[in-house]
Design a binder for this molecule. Structure first.
Ligand code: TYD
Length: 212
């Protein structure tokens, strides 16, 4: 059976545990399924993307929400063109820590940038390509902020009200695209969450997904 690779994104508010789950899924796919996995993240990935990440997370002056949006989108275009699409072409499983839904949730629901405009800009950045599966790790803001702790980056300094709006944004996205976006209760144990992530992957793989 020939698979053409697939694209899975991990989403949720800061401190939701998605990065740990991405690493566990990577190990599972490599060790139990013999798949080649490529891990990337937004903002970041590599090269220029990591430079944009530093700006976005560390800059300590005033930042306009639209400027913030464009920087995340610029990084996204770079990640998709340079890292994600070539890996999918090679038939790999691409796991991406944050993607288009972060911009809708954080800059749209959180900062109040026009959501319809952001969707168009997301399409421009990605060429219209959507993830095959998106997992939202849902957690209450109080628990997530405890996990983030006291050392916070520029985004994590945005306050509880902001993160409440972002969380609701994610749940609304999941409601509007139930086929693509699945929500997992991220207050469960790491093992319980991992089992659910694996079963979502198996559903996707079993359905013989071809992304391109
Ligand atoms: P990251 O280290 O990925 O967050 P964490 O590991 O805590 O989940 O940092 C990325 C930050 O950037 C995070 O606060 C979410 C934010 N972000 C946006 O606001 N918009 C976006 O489009 C993306 C990709 C990230």
């Amino acid at each position: 059976m020939s698979k053409k690779g697939c694209f899975i994104t991990f989403e949720g508010i800061d401190g939701c545990g998605k990065t740990t789950q991405m690493e566990l899924l990577q190990k599972y796919l490599e060790n139990h399924k013999g798949l080649t996995v490529l891990k990337t993240r937004e903002p970041g990935g590599k090269g220029l993307g990591e430079e944009v990440r530093k700006l976005l997370l560390n800059y300590d002056g005033e930042v306009s929400p639209k400027c913030e949006s464009f920087l995340f989108l610029a990084d996204r275009a770079q990640n998709i063109d340079i890292i994600v699409n070539p890996a999918i072409e090679r038939g790999e499983v691409v796991l991406c820590d944050r993607h288009t839904d972060s911009t809708i949730a954080y800059q749209g629901f959180g900062r109040g940038v026009n959501i319809e405009e952001l969707k168009k800009l997301n399409d421009l950045a990605t060429g219209g390509k959507k993830p095959d599966l998106t997992i939202v790790f849902d957690i209450d803001v109080e628990t997530s902020m405890k996990r983030v702790g006291k050392a916070r980056d520029r985004m994590e300094e945005s306050g509880e009200k902001f993160f409440e709006a972002v969380r609701l944004g994610y749940l609304e996205i999941a409601n509007s695209e139930p086929e693509r976006v699945k929500v997992i209760d991220a207050t469960q144990t790491i093992e319980e969450i991992h089992e659910q992530v694996v079963s979502l992957f198996e559903g996707l793989w079993g359905a013989d997904v071809v992304c391109l």
